[in-house]
Design a protein around this ligand. Structure first.
Ligand SMILES: Cc1ncc(COP(=O)(O)O)c(C=O)c1O
Ligand SMILES: [Zn+2]
Length: 391
């Protein structure tokens, strides 16, 4: 297996960057860089059916992942999560073709493992020894684990309100942890200040080009689970938007390689919390960028992102796909945690459960039809949020 990575390309101005060098954002316009591959060659050497005998983890898509030398891969077995039919939940909603992609089964119990496995491995390949990330929690836990696995140093900056599990798992894995007043934006500011005195590579969401590559394997897996077709609708709890954008990128790549001859792209639906909904607001106003959300508040820590860096890409994706964006309340999300657990035995995180609360609204207003093929993304395990459910 060989990676067909060729270069990095700016998503805004198109400027090409050398992928053998360490980059964060575009050197000309500071927007998001996307890794690009020689997909024509991948299509010649690999058909999707060749993947069948490979291991059930995200590295089965090695040709379209950015690590060149497999010895640099720091893996804990991330990816390969089940796309489960949710028949009982479907029955109670009247849906005939409902699925949950359960990302709680990843190492560190969230989908952040995918992004960090790719980014930490690539950082190691490019000679990084110290990394930092501001995080709402799960990204920090994942970075701590993959940094340990790769033998690199991780410095993590989290809001004080971050779930205990994330703070503990990070410290236990040997990372340097600093808790800050405020939200993830404030954590980012402190992290950048610290990086001036102690040089550390910045792994912030969408300011580093390779986390999205790990997340895009969600899109490859959904297609593979459905026999190389795509669902009609994907409902995604949106913070910084990496998973949403990763899936959208995966669909474009698979189309270019001719892997999806009989499939249209799904409508992408962004779910946010009522107490922090910059993407929903911008989407509804027809804006191309988000305004920073004041006083962001939600128990769904991963959705507490007041100003997503890739806002323009998220909004483009929602519009191009014919999707939408909507909010749910914390109470609605928490009630759905219980509903998913009772109906399907999956203890979802509040972010993941928010997708069910959103689905109910979209069925009620006719945005989604009951006979459509629907995928809900449960992005992590409820076990990481025990403080929300005790008592
Ligand atoms: C459990 C969970 N769900 C969803 C999200 C949002 O993910 P993204 O920032 O990729 O939109 C996060 C981010 O922290 C998360 O931890
Ligand atoms: Zn640019």
């Amino acid at each position: 297996m060989k990676s067909y990575l060729t270069h990095l390309e700016c998503t805004a101005c198109g400027l090409i960057h050398d992928a053998s060098e360490l980059h964060t954002v575009c050197t000309a316009c500071a927007k998001v860089l996307y890794p690009r591959y020689d997909l024509a060659s991948v299509a010649r050497v690999l058909s999707p059916w060749d993947l069948a005998p490979r291991e059930q983890n995200m590295w089965r898509y090695f040709e379209v992942l950015p690590v060149l030398d497999a010895t640099n891969v720091a893996t804990l077995g991330e990816g390969g999560t089940p796309l489960m039919r949710a028949n009982q939940l479907g029955e109670s909603l009247g849906c005939t073709d409902l699925y949950i992609k359960d990302e709680g089964l990843n190492p560190t119990a969230s989908f952040k493992a995918r992004g960090m496995a790719a980014a930490v491995s690539k950082a190691k390949e490019l000679g990084v020894t110290k990394m930092m990330v501001p995080s709402a929690g799960n990204a920090a836990g994942a970075m701590a684990a993959y940094a340990a696995r790769a033998g690199l140093e991780a410095h993590l900056f989290m809001p004080k309100s971050t779930p205990q599990s994330n703070i503990l798992e990070s410290g236990i894995a040997g990372a340097e942890v600093e808790l800050v007043d405020g939200h993830i934006g404030d954590a980012g500011r402190i992290a950048r200040e610290r990086a001036v005195t102690t040089p550390m590579f910045d792994m912030s969401t969408m300011k580093e080009p390779y986390r999205v590559e790990g997340k895009k394997t969600l899109g490859y897996e959904i297609a593979e689970s459905l026999g190389w077709t795509l669902p009609d609708v994907i409902v995604y709890p949106t913070g910084g938007g990496t998973g949403l954008l990763g899936m959208w990128k995966a669909f474009a790549e698979m189309e270019e390689m001719g892997w999806l001859p009989n499939s249209n792209r799904p409508r992408m639906i962004a779910v946010q919390a009522e107490g922090c909904a910059p993407v929903v607001k911008a989407f509804l106003e027809g804006a191309d960028h988000c305004e920073p959300w004041e006083n962001a508040q939600t128990v769904a820590a991963g959705l507490r992102v007041p100003g997503p860096y890739a806002d323009y890409l998220i909004l483009q994706c929602l519009r191009e796909s014919g999707g939408t964006a909507l909010t749910v309340t914390d109470d609605e999300a928490l009630a759905c945690v219980r509903e998913i657990a009772v109906a399907e035995g999956i203890f979802a995180c509040p972010e993941g459960a928010a997708t069910l609360a959103a689905l109910k609204k979209l069925l009620a207003d006719g945005t989604i039809d009951k006979d459509e093929r629907i995928v809900l993304l449960n992005t992590g395990s409820g076990l990481k949020y025990l403080d929300l459910f005790s008592g």
